[in-house]
Design a protein around this ligand. Structure first.
Ligand code: ZN
Ligand code: ZN
Length: 303
């Protein structure tokens, strides 16, 4: 019953009354992917298995017990001048405020599992009560080859990983993933919630699935190759049940509407949250849209 009135109300009004601004997006290629293949088996004593899935040769560096404050200061340093494109740069920015470090070379064809564990003599059973001053594990992915750093906008990825221990048993998951850009910005990588069949399996978290990493780019857009994948996997708009899902609503991040239906909604049809902004997954579709929507000033000034 509650689902219907919103649609009726909007259809009585003219389309131009919907004041959802279109977020300006830029597509960039993310060379980094990181998964936790067996999150249920992870603990502070048993360690963690990580799988990197990268487009170029990379270096995976794991920092156990990394200072929360120093990590966020390091990200700020990246913004101002001190670009974090190598493990050494991060370590300098952190003032080496971590307990233990492990490093792996990842070739671009390598999908091997990397096992990572604190040494027994570190004698760490937990990282103390919450809120904590140290993250259990921070995984840094950087490009191994100097020349690759010239090609990509994204030069490194910082993943903050929770690992269950004696005092905090929350299951293992990626808490944050930051993509660091060559020009100095950094972006928080977030998962999109697709309405169609390609949602992540329940056991996996944040970027627990290789295809997820590629489809969850908010702010930084999607790799070109992914548009086909989306076409295949997510045909059904939740409203008309027919159109290809193409619109991501913000801030809720539900991707559930096709090009035809998106204009009728000021609230997300899946979670009812008011839509502040939206953006299309496949920007090539923009050319087919009515010109008044896309040729005006950015962010919906034409409404
Ligand atoms: Zn539709
Ligand atoms: Zn929603």
């Amino acid at each position: 019953g509650w689902d219907v009135p919103v649609i009726l109300r909007n259809s009585e009004e003219t389309e131009s009354s919907v004041r959802v601004s279109k977020k300006h997006m830029r597509q960039v290629k993310n060379p980094f992917g990181l998964e936790i293949p067996h999150p249920a088996a992870v603990s502070i004593t048993k360690g963690i298995t990580l799988t990197a899935d990268c487009l170029e040769d990379c270096i995976l560096t794991c920092y156990w017990g990394c200072s929360v404050q120093k990590l966020h200061e390091a990200l700020q340093k990246h913004v101002y001048c001190f670009r974090i494109k190598t493990p050494q740069a991060l370590e300098d920015a952190l003032y080496s405020e971590y307990i233990y470090r492990q490093q792996y070379f990842i070739t671009k064809t390598d999908k091997e599992e990397k096992y990572c564990q604190l040494p027994e003599d570190a004698q760490i059973a937990d990282f103390g009560p919450v809120p904590r001053s140290r993250y259990p594990l921070v995984a840094l992915l950087t490009l191994a080859e100097e020349e690759d750093r010239e090609i990509y906008d994204i030069i490194s990825m910082v993943s903050v990983i929770h690992i269950p221990d004696e005092s905090y048993r929350l299951s293992c998951r990626i808490l944050y993933q930051y993509l660091l850009l060559a020009q100095g910005q950094f972006h928080d990588l977030k998962q999109l919630f697709m309405s169609a069949s390609n949602s992540a399996p329940p056991s996996s978290t944040a970027s627990g699935e290789s295809s997820t990493d590629k489809s969850l780019l908010e702010k930084v857009g999607l790799a070109d190759a992914e548009s086909e994948l989306l076409e295949e996997n997510s045909k059904d708009c939740v409203v008309c049940q027919n159109g290809t899902v193409n619109w991501v609503l913000l801030p809720c991040r539900h991707a559930c509407l096709c090009d035809g239906c998106v204009k009728y909604f000021q609230q997300c049809p899946m979670c009812r949250q008011f839509v502040q902004e939206s953006f299309p997954l496949c920007s090539k579709k923009e050319q087919d849209e009515p010109p008044q929507v896309f040729q005006g000033a950015p962010l919906g000034a034409d409404f």
